[in-house]
Write a protein that binds this ligand. Structure first.
Ligand SMILES: Cc1cc2nc3c(=O)[nH]c(=O)nc-3n(C[C@H](O)[C@H](O)[C@H](O)COP(=O)(O)O)c2cc1C
Length: 189
């Protein structure tokens, strides 16, 4: 088996909840980003944008956007719940936001552009995991929050957050999760 197929057959996400912040090597991050934008993209339209959130930007967005928006919607939240919202992005060393940003095109359907944004997320995730980092693709509620989208440079009503790729340190190997029985999802003609 080649290393690549072995990696694909065994890789697993490590949840943001269980990863340590650690430190993502800046050179690795550049390689992860380069791989992440090398994806199938019908018409080479580049219908996505990536925003790297690290350093102090994590705490700023946690405080000014995630926590603030959460409290505005849930003024009676318990302190322990509030604390989770105040530290979402700080669970990882780096979080890459992927924004699906379809462009006008006479024949290529926006659906294909959204799929390409998903491919960016998957490739970023796999690239990070290939270096041995803990990584997870999350949306959580704030991927659907207009203020968060605006802060990331997106336009509500047009752009959508495809995901946040959390990258941190793996402190213990994740347990395998249920995988589909191939016979239930694959048919052959
Ligand atoms: C678009 C998308 C959004 C997701 N959002 C969440 C989320 O908000 N919360 C969560 O617990 N898991 C979420 N997940 C699932 C996690 O990434 C999960 O860890 C993953 O499915 C594990 O799969 P793997 O081990 O094959 O990488 C999401 C997955 C996808 C594809």
């Amino acid at each position: 088996m080649s290393n690549v197929i072995e990696f694909l057959a065994t890789r697993r996400s490590v949840t943001a909840k269980t990863m340590q912040v650690g430190r993502v090597n800046p050179k690795h991050l550049e390689q992860i980003l380069t791989a992440g934008i090398r994806v199938p993209d019908h018409g080479a339209l580049k219908p996505w944008k990536l925003v790297v959130i690290n350093g102090e930007a994590r705490a700023r967005l946690d405080h000014d956007v995630i926590h603030a928006e959460f409290i505005a919607a849930n003024p009676d939240a318990k302190p322990e719940v509030e604390a989770i919202e105040a530290g979402r992005l700080q669970r990882a060393d780096v979080v890459i936001a992927v924004i699906s940003s379809p462009v006008e095109h006479p024949t290529i359907d926006p659906w294909e552009m959204q799929l390409s944004a998903g491919a960016v997320c998957t490739t970023l995730l796999y690239a990070a995991q290939s270096f041995g980092y803990a990584a997870q693709w999350l949306t959580e509620w704030y991927a659907y929050n207009d203020r968060m989208l605006t802060e990331l440079g997106g336009t509500p009503g047009h752009d959508r957050i495809a995901g946040f790729i959390y990258i941190g340190e793996k402190v213990k190997p994740p347990m395998e999760r249920t995988r589909p029985d191939p016979a239930t999802v694959i048919s052959r003609l």
